[in-house]
Design a protein around this ligand. Structure first.
Ligand SMILES: [Zn+2]
Length: 392
């Protein structure tokens, strides 16, 4: 199951001067096309879901499919929330399976950007999840989603970038050096001098948003100056739409499945072209060797209850479930009662975490600590707790 730690994945790219693609997915066609392309190129890949796109689909449902695809992949995969707008959306994305978070407060002023990004980073790191912050502003030009990034672009200042990375603790920095969100009008002019200065100033892998429309030489200059991740969507949306338009011209009465017949192939070709151009194709094996596998962790509690507590066991479990479910890094809480009477242990809790770091931190969580001491321990007998890590 090559779902891997995004931090390890991107450091391999950073140290070897290439970039991993993070492709925003808006439907199953995108998901299948992207993962198939990564498999056939033997490339690491980041499956990305962007908060501004959540109006187009139910992201809880899509994320289940994304996680299933990641777990059955043979190439290293990470799952990212792109353009997360708040602490709450980052917490939820991690609960739903993202193991990388991009927080986008780039339209805020410097200190507000630092405040939100720090809060997300602190929470995400307690879950073992790495974070991309963005400084400077990448504005939208035209094309799908461009209107969600209004206003003028603001290039990232190297002097601010250093302070920003130190104060927020982000693992990766998305920078603004001349790309645009959406479709480019003509050829973008990238500020490589600034990029070099940023790379020297911050010492963490850099990220580019708005990669659609750049040429091979431009990508090459990005990856040789610290860019280890490229977020890419508009060009995929454009080739998918073009494939559908072509079909609808050919068969005016075509069914839905007829019209979208060539969509997957069109997206797949574009993704393969990117993976080759950015230098990640053919490197899956060495990346895998370098990466921590992203294994779920489970905290199991089994117990009986003392005679005087038997009536309150339902409310005890409901209350515990409510408290545990709200802790960042907890993915699922199962509570159950033994199916056979006179079982050695009558009650069970299984709390599933996103990563072992989340489990380590959860014991210190005030809400859980209070619940364990005041309620569970007071009412339970023969209490056994065991931690398990999933097998690869
Ligand atoms: Zn973006």
């Amino acid at each position: 199951m090559p779902l891997v730690n995004m931090r390890d994945m991107l450091y391999h790219a950073y140290e070897n001067n290439y970039a991993v693609g993070a492709f925003d997915l808006v439907s199953l066609d995108f998901l299948e096309a992207v993962i198939d392309a990564a498999e056939s190129c033997r490339s690491a890949v980041i499956l990305s879901i962007a908060e501004p796109h959540f109006v187009h689909y139910d992201y809880e449902l899509l994320l289940s499919a994304v996680e299933a695809a990641a777990r059955r992949a043979s190439v290293p995969v990470a799952i990212q929330l792109d353009h997360g707008s708040s602490l709450a959306s980052a917490v939820k994305a991690i609960k739903l399976g993202c193991n990388g978070v991009m927080v986008d407060a780039s339209n805020e002023n410097f200190s507000d950007n630092i405040e939100l990004t720090s809060a997300v980073t602190e929470m995400a790191h307690r879950c073992g999840v790495s974070v991309v912050g963005e400084l400077g502003y990448v504005a939208g030009a035209e094309g799908e989603g461009a209107e969600q990034h209004p206003g003028e672009a603001a290039f990232t200042l190297p002097s601010e970038a250093k302070a920003y990375v130190e104060r927020t603790g982000v693992d990766f920095l998305a920078v603004s050096i001349g790309t645009v969100q959406g479709r480019m009008n003509g050829r973008a002019k990238l500020d490589y001098v600034r990029l070099k200065q940023l790379n020297q100033a911050v010492n963490v892998p850099l990220v580019i948003h708005g990669g659609s429309g750049l040429n091979e030489d431009q990508f090459h200059k990005l990856t040789s100056n610290g860019v280890a991740k490229i977020d890419y969507f508009t060009a995929l949306s454009d080739v998918a739409a073009k494939a559908m338009r072509k079909r609808s011209k050919e068969s005016a009465k075509g069914s839905f499945t007829d019209l979208k017949k060539d969509v997957k192939e069109a997206i797949g070709e574009e993704v393969q072209r990117c993976l080759r151009q950015w230098g990640s194709a053919g490197r899956a094996a060495e990346v895998l060797e370098r990466c921590e596998l992203w294994l779920p962790v489970e905290h199991l509690i089994i117990h009986n209850v003392s005679a005087h507590s038997i009536e309150s066991v339902d409310s005890l479990m409901a209350e515990g479930k409510r408290i545990l479910s709200q802790i960042p890094g907890v993915r699922e809480v199962f509570t159950g009662e033994a199916m056979k009477e006179n079982s050695k242990y009558s009650f069970c809790w299984s709390v599933r975490f996103t990563h072992k770091v989340a489990l380590e931190n959860f014991r210190e969580h005030e809400g859980f600590d209070a619940f364990l001491k005041n309620q569970l321990s007071a009412n339970a007998s023969d209490l056994i707790c065991i931690d398990y890590q999933g097998k690869a």
